[in-house]
Design a binder for this molecule. Structure first.
Ligand SMILES: N=C(N)NCCCC(=O)O
Ligand SMILES: [Zn+2]
Ligand SMILES: [Zn+2]
Length: 332
């Protein structure tokens, strides 16, 4: 990592939060800085959905809902925008009428950012986008441990004969050898399936399942233990479908299912990922047309914030001021 100080968000004590740039957390654009450690990139693609459309508007909604994020994360005890250069890399333009071409465009767009040495924090878009993102991750890291947060398995085979959709990315990824079949798992699975066979297939494809109902007995700390035991120190990619949250916490999504995680459970789990070898992440399926009062957008923005914090270098953690639990002066 370079010693140039990172350029953080626009100072909210000078420019009000509701003014200024529309970038994620009001961070600099990628072309405004000369180094990139973490790139927030939007993928406004939703032509792979099986039910409600609208996740193409997810990136701009999550950016708008991220205006209130601040620079010091007291629970992870880190300044994620100071200890690493986080930028907004804009949106990857992709063809809404041709899924194959869109997937190639996402692959190329993500690859060009990763080639600069940055870690990706991608904002979708529907879950189809995880397939090209995992192809890029595999190229750099080899078969990768995937921690997949979702109400849905997304290891189904085809929809109306289409192999590349938002319900199929992890089957395609497993078939292509992109995932580490000994280190991958789903978290938050719930709701009706097509048949019992779905679970048999899913296990064959290399996933362990931690269901939403397991949270009742395990609590989020128990879930963290299970995740840690499964992924260990493997290079790990997090794919986070916002519908892992209960519709009470994330109404703005395309295929909602009752009985999901609370935002607090999810954020608790993500904070613990500072201990994992986190190499990239996506947050998908935010569909603002069904959102209210930015509830879903804010949950997604905070999840991204915890993931970016978990990526921050450990040895440069902020010094904790004695007795306060946080540092003074950081009022961004
Ligand atoms: N990836 C998401 N959000 N949903 C997949 C649902 C697939 C189905 O309609 O059965
Ligand atoms: Zn889902
Ligand atoms: Zn999904």
């Amino acid at each position: 990592m370079s010693s140039t100080p990172a350029r953080g968000p626009v100072d909210a004590t000078v420019t009000p939060r509701f003014a200024g740039p529309a970038t994620f957390a009001r961070l600099p654009r990628i072309d405004e800085v000369d180094r990139v450690d973490v790139a927030v990139v939007g993928v406004p693609f939703d032509s792979g959905v099986s039910y409600r459309p609208g996740a193409r508007f997810g990136p701009s909604h999550v950016r708008a809902s991220s205006r209130l994020l601040r620079n010091y994360n007291p629970v992870q005890d880190v300044e994620p925008f100071s200890t690493q250069q986080v930028v907004d890399a804009g949106d990857i333009a992709c063809n809404p009428f041709d899924i194959e071409e869109a997937v190639r465009q996402i692959d190329a767009g993500a690859r060009s950012i990763v080639e600069r040495g940055a870690r990706l924090m991608t904002i979708g878009g529907d879950h189809t986008i995880a397939l090209p993102l995992l192809r890029v991750m595999e190229e750099v890291h080899g078969p990768i441990a995937v921690v997949h947060f979702d109400a849905h398995l997304d290891t189904w085979d085809t929809y109306f004969g289409a192999p590349v959709t938002h319900g199929t990315p992890f089957r395609r990824a497993s078939e292509e050898g992109l995932i580490d079949q000994t280190g991958s798992m789903h978290v938050g699975i719930r709701g009706p399936l097509y048949s019992r066979q779905d679970l048999t297939d899913d296990e064959m494809l290399g996933f362990q399942v931690l269901g939403a109902h397991d949270m009742d007995d395990l609590g989020w700390r128990g879930a963290v233990e299970r995740i840690r035991a499964r992924v260990g120190d493997r290079p790990t990619y997090v794919s986070l479908d916002i519908d892992v949250l209960d519709p009470a916490f994330a109404p703005g999504t395309g295929t909602p299912e009752a009985g999901g995680l609370t935002s607090r459970e999810l954020l608790g789990i993500l904070r613990a990922f500072a201990e994992l070898n986190l190499v990239g992440a996506d947050i998908v399926e935010v569909a603002p047309a069904y959102d209210h009062a930015e509830v879903t957008g804010i949950a997604a923005a905070h999840a991204a914030y915890e993931l970016i914090s978990a990526m921050a270098p450990r040895d440069q953690r902020a010094e904790r001021a004695p007795g306060t639990g946080h540092r003074g002066g950081g009022r961004r």
